[in-house]
Ligand binder design. Structure first.
Ligand code: SF4
Ligand SMILES: [Zn+2]
Length: 370
């Protein structure tokens, strides 16, 4: 990867900017980051070395553009056309533009932009739900060939499935904030967006934990050098079909604590076996019901990304379906939230057996509790 900073300096625009690293770094050397100026690297894509070949080559990978500013900053309006010209000339390079100003995109594109350029990827930053709901609808309507979403620093829970399901976003990444004043990032927020990506078949990267990371309600303060490595090690990045989630370490919940929690949930505790279910179980016997449970778990839950996930378990029609809702074994989201079993992985035989045993424990308790 290469970095091309044609200008330097920026203006804060939304919550994600609060602890902007450009400001932090500039302050540390007594510089004012709100002063925007063209850099000596403005024409980097056209610069050549002594041998006469380009300094930036396709072999070096993606060129990240404007990492110490925002490409669509109004203060840079007069310099942007020159950058488009260079991107047009260097069709061999893939340029990535990360922006919090997607609402300025249309007034900033060159006349021959058309439906977008193949070698330019636009990455729209969304740090919270409010900015997601403002920026993503705009982002989806614009003429862009390659779209990515970046939630960094992630500042709260974000739901974006309705935007992801449009099939236009190619990649999503999430991560926490770095620096001395970093705001916390919760693994549950990462898991939520990740599950949405899995359901939509979109690659997802858990980029970094940030300095303050919450996992299972506990807050961890992480040293800078661990932010990227811990995220990588966690296994929470996802590429369809790559079994990356097998690396996720988790522990199944304590069985008694789980059943107590289910009882305390208004939604879960509403589910009970109906007369018809009881008759059916009495007729078939528990062994048969258990084999049905095995079958449902294998067919509807065990693949990496089950079909219709979240809606695959009817509310009634079989005692096992009722048990699935009562015990939060109805879909991969509920299995992750209640049982810690990661979404986005093929369930092992042991995991399937665990789910079946939870279902049967609930069914047997219901049958004994007439
Ligand atoms: S848009 Fe980016 S570079 Fe500009 S102030 Fe915000 S975080 Fe910093
Ligand atoms: Zn569910």
């Amino acid at each position: 990867m290469s970095i091309w900073n044609p200008w330097h300096g920026c203006r804060k625009i939304s919550a994600g900017c609060l602890n902007c690293y450009v400001y932090r770094r500039d302050e540390s050397i007594g510089k004012d980051a709100s002063v925007v100026s063209k850099t000596g690297d403005y024409d980097l894509p056209l610069k050549k070395n002594r041998q006469g070949s380009y300094k930036l080559t396709a072999e070096d990978g993606v060129v990240f553009c404007c990492m110490t500013s925002d490409f669509f900053l109004d203060a840079a309006d007069e310099w942007r056309q020159g950058c488009w010209d260079m991107m047009r000339e260097r069709q061999d390079l893939s340029f990535h533009i990360i922006t919090k100003r997607i609402d300025r995109f249309e007034q900033c594109i060159p006349p021959d932009w058309g439906e977008g350029w193949d070698n330019v990827t636009i990455c729209c930053t969304c740090e919270n739900q409010d900015r997601t709901d403002y920026r993503l609808p705009l982002f989806l309507k614009l003429p862009i060939k390659h779209r990515e979403v970046i939630c960094e620093p992630m500042l709260g829970e974000i739901n974006m499935e309705k935007y992801l399901s449009a099939g236009l976003i190619e990649h999503v990444s999430c991560g926490g904030e770095s620096g001395p004043d970093a705001r916390p990032c919760d693994l549950r927020w990462i898991q939520e967006v990740r599950r949405e990506c899995i359901r939509c078949g979109i690659p997802f990267t858990f980029r970094q934990t940030g300095a303050v990371f919450i996992k299972d309600g506990r807050t961890y303060h992480l040293d800078r050098k661990l932010h990227l490595s811990q995220a990588k090690k966690s296994g929470y990045s996802y590429i369809p079909g790559m079994s990356m989630a097998d690396a996720i370490k988790y522990t199944l919940p304590d069985r008694r604590a789980l059943f107590d929690r289910l009882k305390r949930s208004d939604f879960r505790s509403r589910f009970h076996l109906a007369c018809k279910d009881r008759q059916y179980i009495a007729e078939k016997g528990l062994d048969t019901i258990q084999s049905h449970a095995r079958d449902f778990v294998e067919k509807r839950l065990s693949t990496e990304n089950p079909e219709n996930d979240g809606k695959q378990t009817p509310m009634k029609g079989h005692p096992v379906f009722v048990a699935q809702h009562a015990t939060a074994c109805c879909c991969r989201s509920c299995l992750e939230k209640w049982h810690n079993i990661p979404a986005g992985k093929v369930l092992t035989k042991e995991e399937q057996a665990y789910i079946v045993s939870v279902l049967m424990e609930w069914i047997e308790a219901e049958m004994n509790n007439v």
